[in-house]
Structures are given as structure tokens and as C-alpha cells.
Design a protein around this ligand. Structure first.
Ligand code: GLU
Length: 381
């Protein structure tokens, strides 16, 4: 009996990506309701263990094309967008029904590439999903195919799921697919093809095994899965490819079923802090008083009350430098307010934000999760 991986056992927040062929019968386009019910039971068990689950689900196009009577085979972009907008309704309904029977609330979240790449939108999407998770709901994410044109779309949910995992600092990304894992060759065609159960490094050799980048679907979508693995492991998220062709696929995975793990070397919080500290060009600065310096050292968020001045031109979600009154850099963080709005609320209590700005924004100017302090200061990684 295979052992349960500690990466699975220790994961607190997971993304589970469901491929279209698991949810919809390829020939008839019919929804596989029994399978979805079994997945809902698995998710309920995981949640009962105190973990949080986000689902990234494909299937909108597969379901919608049947309803619209579109032909089989490749669809024109506008037809696939029409199919997605029809099928997404069925998909959301199906999740709602199957999860409700376990007392779980589902939430539809439709994202585009820009929502995960552009900082302001990224912060919005992130904070909505944080709220949903805090309230115990399961976000069911798909690409917003209706508005995602060819230049600005993911087009595949493997990479979307990896971006969501990184955006939400998840510990583990599960790609449920119609293959059992990552093979060294094409199973069925290459008699020496072997399943790799543990991948520590995504080497050029591994990438080569995924197949020709020109033919995305030639190896059961392995090219996009490797792309997803790169995003995930860089973000500190372990990724696992497992078969979803069985009922209760997550229970099987939990019990040590066949699969391929791609291991991350850092944890997601450390990766996110690194990204905030180094990868983003700061657009401005906030100067904080001594009380705020003490609060930051104690691991707290930065409240508007502790800020004495703002500099530069920044928007909500932009990175800013945090400085003390002597001009010493304490760290960096993502501002929850634009410079203009920040200037209106600094020095004031958070409960006065509504009155000052006319809307109720976040209590914190920079939330501690969105902050990377210098090592010498304290809570940085
Ligand atoms: N967003 C597409 C759909 O829901 C799926 C993309 C994919 O399967 O990778 O049908």
C-alpha cells in the first residue's frame, strides 16, 4: 500500500483543477453528474479536515456546445465563446447542486488573464476569494471565456489553475486529468513509457518529455501541465497530476494512488514575499511613525493612522516602499489605496475611512500578507 504524501497531508489550502473530459461526456456532451457528486463528497471530507479548497473547472464549452447544437471538432473563437457562456450556467448549477447536498456553498469566479497579471485587479480577485474562503465557501473558478479574446486569454485551465494557486498562496495544486500522471513517453505508443512519480526539477529533459510545444494536445495536454508546474513550484506550491477518471479521485489520491508530484522548494508565503520585495517596481513610498514601526515589527498590518506622509504616484495594488521618519527603508508592500485616497486617510482611524473617502475600503493601508519587511526589521522570510 502506497504511503500518503506529507505534501498532501500538510496542505492547508488546495486548488483542484478539473478537466472538461471528466465533467462532460466527450461524445454526447452530457454532464457526468455522478462523478461530480463523488468529487463533492471528496471535497466535503477535505473541508471537514479543516482545509480550504478552490476548484478551477473547465467544461463550459463542452456543455454549451451541445446545448447550442454546435458541431464536434475545433470551434471558431466566437462559437466557443458563445458555447462557454451557455455552458457556464449549467456548470455553475451542477456544482451548486452537488455541493449543496454536503452543506457547502459554491461561488462562481470568472477570471481573465489580466485579472491575475495586473496588480490592481489581482488584489481585488484575491481579496474576494480570501473572503469566500474565510466564509467557508468553495470558489469555482473558470476563465471568463466570453470576454477573453485570443490575444488575452489563457485558453487552458492548467495555467489558470497554477496562477490561481500562486495568487492565493496555496500549498498544493491538484490537476485531475484523463491521465494518471506524467510519463517519460506517450503511454500506449511508447512501450518504455514510465510514470514519473516524483519530479524535483523541471529540467529541459522533462520539458522534452512533455512533447512538442507546437501541438498542445498531443500528449494529453502535458505541455500546459509542465507550464503550470513551473508557475506552481516557483510560487511555492506543490503540484500533482492524478487521474480523475475514477469516482472519488481525491480520496484515491489521499490514499496514495498513482500520480506525479512536482515539488516546490519554498513555501507559498515566502515566495509571495520575495515577489513583493524584489519583483515589483515600487511606485511610491509611505512614511510611518514610531508606533507603526513597533506594530510592523510585531507582525501587524500598517494602518492609515500610523502613516505621516505618502510620496510618488501609485495606484491601488502597486508596490510602495515603507520608510521610517529617518528615511530608512523598512520593507515594501502592496498599497490597498491609491496615492490620492491614501493621502486623504493617513493619520486617521480606520473607522473614519468611510467618511473621508465616501466608500468603505480596507482597514489596513498595507495588509501584513501584502508586506515584505527587511530581515533586520522582523517578520520577513
Ligand atoms: N475555459 C474552458 C471551458 O470551460 C476550458 C479551458 C481548458 O479546458 O483548459 O470550457
Amino acid at each position: 500500500m502506497a504511503t500518503v504524501r506529507k505534501e498532501w497531508e500538510e496542505a492547508q489550502r488546495l486548488v483542484v483543477k478539473i478537466g472538461s473530459s471528466l465533467l462532460a461526456d466527450v461524445k454526447t456532451g452530457e454532464l457526468k453528474r455522478d462523478w461530480l457528486a463523488s468529487l463533492a463528497a471528496d471535497v466535503a471530507a477535505i473541508k471537514a479536515d479543516g482545509k480550504q479548497v478552490i476548484i478551477v473547472s473547465s467544461g463550459a464549452i463542452a456543455l454549451g456546445r451541445k446545448t447550442l447544437g454546435l458541431p464536434r471538432g475545433a470551434l471558431k473563437l466566437e462559437d466557443s465563446q458563445a458555447a462557454a457562456s451557455v455552458g457556464q450556467v449549467d456548470l455553475a448549477h451542477a456544482y451548486e447542486e452537488c455541493f449543496r447536498s454536503h452543506g457547502i456553498v459554491t461561488a462562481q469566479v470568472l477570471l481573465t488573464l489580466g485579472d491575475t497579471e495586473e496588480r490592481r485587479r489581482y488584489l481585488n480577485a484575491r481579496s474576494t476569494m480570501e473572503t469566500l474562503l474565510r466564509l467557508g465557501a468553495v470558489p469555482v473558478v473558470n476563465e471568463n471565456d466570453t470576454v477573453a479574446t485570443s490575444e488575452i486569454r489563457y485558453g487552458d485551465n492548467d495555467r489558470l489553475a497554477a496562477r490561481v494557486a500562486s495568487m492565493m498562496s496555496c500549498d498544493c495544486l491538484v490537476l485531475l486529468s484523463d491521465v494518471q500522471g506524467f510519463y517519460t513517453g506517450i503511454p500506449g505508443q511508447d512501450e518504455n513509457a514510465e510514470l514519473l512519480s516524483e519530479i524535483n526539477d523541471i529540467t529541459p529533459e522533462i520539458e522534452g518529455m512533455a512533447g512538442d510545444t507546437g501541438t498542445e494536445l498531443s500528449r494529453g495536454g502535458m505541455v500546459t501541465k509542465i507550464e503550470a508546474a513551473k508557475i506552481a513550484v516557483d510560487a511555492g506550491t506543490h503540484m500533482v497530476i492524478a487521474s480523475g477518471k475514477v469516482e472519488n479521485p481525491l480520496a484515491l489520491l489521499a490514499n496514495g494512488g498513482l500520480c506525479s508530484w512536482f515539488f516546490a522548494r519554498t513555501d507559498p508565503d515566502a515566495s509571495r514575499k520575495r515577489w513583493i520585495a524584489g519583483a515589483l517596481e515600487p511606485r511610491g513610498a509611505v512614511i510611518v511613525d514610531d508606533g507603526a514601526v513597533r506594530a510592523l515589527k510585531a507582525g501587524k498590518s500598517l494602518l492609515p493612522a500610523g502613516v505621516t506622509a505618502v510620496e510618488g504616484t501609485f495606484d491601488r495594488g502597486d508596490a510602495v516602499v515603507i520608510r521610517d521618519s529617518d528615511g530608512v527603508e523598512l520593507g515594501r508592500g502592496l498599497s490597498a489605496y491609491s496615492r490620492q485616497d491614501a493621502a486623504e486617510i493617513i493619520g486617521y482611524k480606520s473607522r473614519e475611512i468611510l467618511e473621508r473617502l465616501g466608500y468603505r475600503g480596507r482597514d489596513e493601508l498595507i495588509h501584513r500578507d501584502d508586506m515584505a519587511l527587511k530581515k533586520s526589521i522582523g517578520n520577513s522570510d
